[in-house]
Structure formats: C-alpha cells, structure tokens
Design a protein around this ligand. Structure first.
Ligand SMILES: CC(=O)SCCNC(=O)CCNC(=O)[C@H](O)C(C)(C)COP(=O)(O)OP(=O)(O)OC[C@H]1O[C@@H](n2cnc3c(N)ncnc32)[C@H](O)[C@@H]1OP(=O)(O)O
Ligand SMILES: CC(C)C(=O)C(=O)O
Ligand SMILES: [Mg+2]
Length: 515
C-alpha cells in the first residue's frame, strides 16, 4: 500500500499507549475482551502492549496474539535486542504479527534522555530494525519525538530503517507539539525526499497536548500518510492520543475533502467506547465528539424542531452509524412545544391543544426548577393534570413553617367549588399541619390509611410523588400528587383523594360537601 492508495490502515494502541494513561491499567482478561472487539470492528493492527515492560504485559500480548485471526498484533520494543527478543517471543503464536521498534531522533531526546550521539542513534536504527526483521516479516519503526527532529537527520534515519527492512515508518508527534500544516508538510517532505519512501507505509501517531491530535492526523493523511495510530476514546499518555472514533467518522463524513477508506465497521464505535470506559474507569465527557452522552442529544427548542422536521438540520452523522439506536431530544428549560408534543405523544397521551398548552406551561415551570425533565416527570405531570381537571377542591397556595423550633404550621389556600378559602393549622410535623389545614377548610374527617412518598427520579431536585389513602364510611380512595416540593405534593395527593371521596358521596348524597 502506497501513499497513492486511498486505504488508511487503522492501528489501535488503546492497549499500549492507552494503558500508559495513569490509572488506566487493564488486566489480561480485559485486554483480551477489548482486543476481540477491536478485531471484530475491523481494526487492522492491534498494539497489544510492550512485552519487556512486565510479565503481565508479556502475558497480555501473548494472549492477544493467540486469540487474534485477522488483525495484525503488534508488540512494542526499544532499540535493544532484549526488547525485540521479548516482543518476538510474546507475538510468536499470532497469525499475523508485527514488531514495533522505536528510538528517539530529536536533538533534545538524543542528548538528554538517551545520552547518545546522532550517529550512534542512526546505527541503533539500522541494527534494531534488521534484528527485528530477522524475527518477523512485518517491522514498524518509529522516530520518537519525530515532529521535533531535524529534517536531514530524520530523512537519514527513515531511509536507513526502510533499507534495514522496516515496512511501516511512523513519525510520532510524541509531545503533541505539532500544528496541522506543519505536520502535513513534514510527512510530505519525507515522502518526497527519502529515496526508498515508496517501499514503506508512512504512519502518524499524534498526542493531544494541544487538542490537535485528530486534526494533525487527518492533515498527515492528506499529505500521504496511510496508517493512523489512535485509541478508543482518545485514551493515552497525558492528554491522550488521537481518538479512533473521531478519525474514522471524520473520514466517513467528509469524503469530499478526505477521499480515504478504513476497514472499520463504525456501528461498533459506541460499544467499543463503553467497553474501554468501563474497563479503565475513565468516564467519557458528555460533550466528547462521537461518543459523548450529548453527541446525539438536543435540548434547545429550535434544534429539536429542526430535528423533528429533518434530522440533517442538526446532525452530520446518523446515530445508527456509530451504533446508537437514535438521537435523543432531551426535554429541559430550552425545549419548545414541538418537541414537547412529540414526547407526550410518544408517552401514549392524546391531549387536545388546550390541555397540551396547559401541560407545556407546567412543564416549563418544572424545567425551571429541575435540571433535567425525565419521561417519568412528564407522565407524573400529565396524570396529575388529568386527575385534577374535574376536581371540586384545588390547591392554590401552601406555605409551611417547619424545623427544630416548632410549632409546625401550614397556611393553606384552597379553591372549593370556585371559592378561595385560607386557613392556618398547627400540627405534629409539617405534613400533619398541612393535612389538618385541608381538613379544617373542607370540614372533612376521613381516616388516613396510608401516606407514602417516593422520588420520581434521582437527585435532590427530583419530583416527589406522594400517595395518600383515605377511608370514610367503609369507602377507600387513593390520591396521588407530584411536585418538586414534597409538602405541595402531599397536599395535592390528599386533596385528590378527597375529591374522589366527594364523587363517591355525590352518588349517595348529591350536593353534600362534607361533615
Ligand atoms: C513515547 C512512548 O510512549 S515510549 C513507551 C513508554 N512506555 C513505557 O515506558 C512503559 C513501559 N516501560 C517500562 O516498564 C520501563 O520503562 C522499561 C521496562 C521499558 C525499562 O525500565 P528500566 O530498565 O528500569 O529503565 P527506565 O525506564 O528507568 O529508563 C529507560 C531506559 O531506556 C532507555 N531508552 C529509552 N528509549 C529507548 C529506546 N527507544 N531504545 C533504547 N533505549 C531506550 C533510556 O535511555 C533509559 O536508559 P538508561 O537506563 O541507560 O538510562
Ligand atoms: C512509542 C511511540 C510510537 C510513542 O508512543 C510516541 O512517540 O508517542
Ligand atoms: Mg505515544
């Protein structure tokens, strides 16, 4: 495959560079699960680890090598015989294997880290690649800190690596220092100047220290690179590596600007992201491209309206293309009537315009006090409204004084058959005071059989749903009330139950309000 081909090799290093994220260690079984999924989704090369790093890493590379069939399994090795031997041993069972050997080529790394003269590094390139080639046919050579390497020296190293048998040449932007046009020019320069460049695939490996890993990788592909090294969720050393899902979806979404193909079945992306996140404990930020919780979610009314009319108004990829069922229209304070009507219908209600408008107003009031309005909230809100529509008694206003000082008092205003009535009652706690105030105003004396509160959803801003069961003359009724204020929900529940009792009384003694 040359820089003329339009096929881009996807080299996943989640299990190696991804695991170098502090705190992202994975055990053997987890690595095997991730590798199996990567292979299933069509990753070309799986870098399974750095075999000399530890026995655990060796075992993991070895296990992935045993299980993989189609994907090439790669193991990392420094420019030493011991590293290469260990990598070759770990990779031995693989159907398709690659030794990935590297050494730094930048003046800074050579002088301070390796403490080697450039000529010694060049010799190490030749020796390490040739030695790796004596073990396997597929050898990748990386110029660590390649983007900060002096051009003439980099050309000499690349030429030497290809001459020694490297079939892939990787030019990492190890510290995420490059910017897109500069990085693209570097790759183009190498392809142009290195005499045997056509004998290898050029690869890129970008870190995200400036948030440019994906942009740099794509710019390099346009300049002739045909392998991209990346990780699921952009996991990796420091700010991470280029995110595979972003690379693949960018290529898929913009073939007009980037006419290249990968072998990835993109419908696996969401599954792979979730697996890596679960295994590593690295939560994906909600606004992360492609795989964030909000990547296909819309809350604002204008966008939701557009989405309902034609999803392409606000989505450049389909959720199905990344393995999600559908986009979500999140109902919140920014939502509009179109989305609300759609949701109400989906929840099985057929409300006329007036009721819908009324419900929408109550939904907006709720959204003002609650971060997110869930389906259950809307069901509670509409049920509450439907139950209350024919009520003779309605809760208008409630103010409760409670706390450690006592006495607990409730000042309540009810509308009874169209008349507004207010009273204040003391009680043994705020709920008792509220119920006493209701009884005073209605002159009712039913027996309270059950009082139950549960949160409709989670969080301190959740709506409380209260159930009250009242008994009078052998007749039992239940009343429900929902509100973000538990006491208001309690008052509504009690009043709902009372209204039901009134209906029952009407049937036996029409016109009677209470005792
Ligand atoms: C950019 C990258 O991502 S590179 C990969 C980084 N990943 C890792 O380092 C994770 C795994 N690493 C490890 O477990 C350990 O560092 C090991 C096993 C590889 C080496 O451990 P140690 O022998 O204790 O050495 P240590 O890590 O302290 O130092 C690294 C040594 O390797 C040398 N070295 C670094 N890169 C290379 C290279 N590509 N080729 C040859 N030598 C190298 C350093 O100069 C240093 O040598 P020195 O001991 O002579 O000074
Ligand atoms: C080992 C190399 C490829 C690397 O991870 C880097 O330079 O970032
Ligand atoms: Mg790296």
């Amino acid at each position: 495959m040359s820089s003329q081909s339009n096929r881009v090799v996807i080299f996943d290093t989640t299990l190696r560079d991804g695991e170098q994220s502090p705190g992202a260690s994975m055990n053997l079984e987890e690595k095997c699960r991730i590798a199996a999924l990567l292979e299933e989704m069509g990753v070309d090369v799986i870098e399974a680890g750095f075999p000399i790093a530890s026995n655990g890493d060796f075992e993991a590379v070895n296990a992935v090598a045993k299980q993989s069939r189609e994907a090439i399994v790669a193991g990392l090795a420094r420019a030493t015989k011991a590293d290469i031997d260990r990598a070759a041993e770990a990779l031995a069972p693989a159907a398709r294997k690659r030794i990935h050997t590297f050494i730094s080529t930048s003046p800074l790394h050579m002088k301070y880290k390796l403490q080697m003269e450039p000529e010694a590094v060049l010799q190490a390139v030749k020796d390490s690649v040739a030695y790796a080639r004596s073990k396997v046919d597929d050898v990748e050579w990386s110029a660590e800190d390649g983007s900060r390497t002096e051009h003439d020296f980099l050309c000499r190293c690349v030429e030497a690596a290809i001459a020694a048998g490297a079939t892939t040449i990787n030019i990492p932007d190890t510290v995420g220092y490059a910017v897109p046009d500069e990085y693209a020019a570097l790759i183009a320069m190498l392809i142009e100047r290195v005499p045997n460049a056509d004998k290898a695939i050029f690869s890129v490996h970008c870190h995200n220290d400036l948030g440019l890993a994906v942009a740099n990788s794509l710019a390099a592909v346009n300049a002739g690179a045909r392998q991209v090294e990346c990780t699921i969720n952009g996991l990796g050393e420091r700010a991470g590596n280029a995110a595979m899902e972003e690379i693949v979806m960018a290529l898929r979404t913009r073939p007009d600007r980037m006419p290249y193909e990968t072998g990835i079945d993109t419908t696996y992306i969401t599954r792979a992201s979730k697996l890596v996140s679960t295994v590593t404990g690295f939560v994906v930020q909600p606004n992360k491209a492609i795989v964030g919780k909000n990547a296909f979610a819309h809350e604002s009314g204008i966008h939701q309206d557009g989405m309902l009319k034609n999803a392409q108004t606000y989505e450049i990829m389909t959720p199905e293309s990344v393995g999600l069922n559908k986009s979500t229209l999140v109902l919140g304070k920014h939502s509009g009537r179109h989305a609300f009507r759609d949701k109400v219908k989906a929840l099985g209600y057929d409300l006329g315009d007036n009721r819908l408008n009324d419900a929408f107003k109550r939904f907006k009031d709720l959204a003002d006090v609650k971060k997110e309005v869930f389906d259950e909230d809307i069901v509670a809100l509409i049920d509450d409204q439907l139950i209350r529509a024919r009520d003779r008694i309605k809760v208008v206003d409630l103010a409760v004084v409670c706390g450690t000082k006592g006495p607990q008092t409730a000042t309540l205003t009810l509308e009874i058959d169209g008349d507004s009535k207010t009273t204040t009652a003391e009680g043994d706690g705020p709920v008792d005071a509220t119920f006493k105030a209701i009884k005073q105003l209605c002159g009712a004396t039913p027996r309270l059989q059950l009082y139950q509160v549960h949160a409709v959803t989670q969080g301190t801003d959740a709506q409380a749903e209260v159930t009250v069961r009242l008994e009078e003359n052998g007749k039992t009724v239940n009343g429900q009330g929902a509100d973000t204020d538990t006491l208001v929900a309690s008052a509504k529940a009690y009043v709902t139950a009372l209204n039901k009792l009134l209906v029952k009384r009407e049937k036996t003694a029409p016109g009677d309000m209470g005792a």
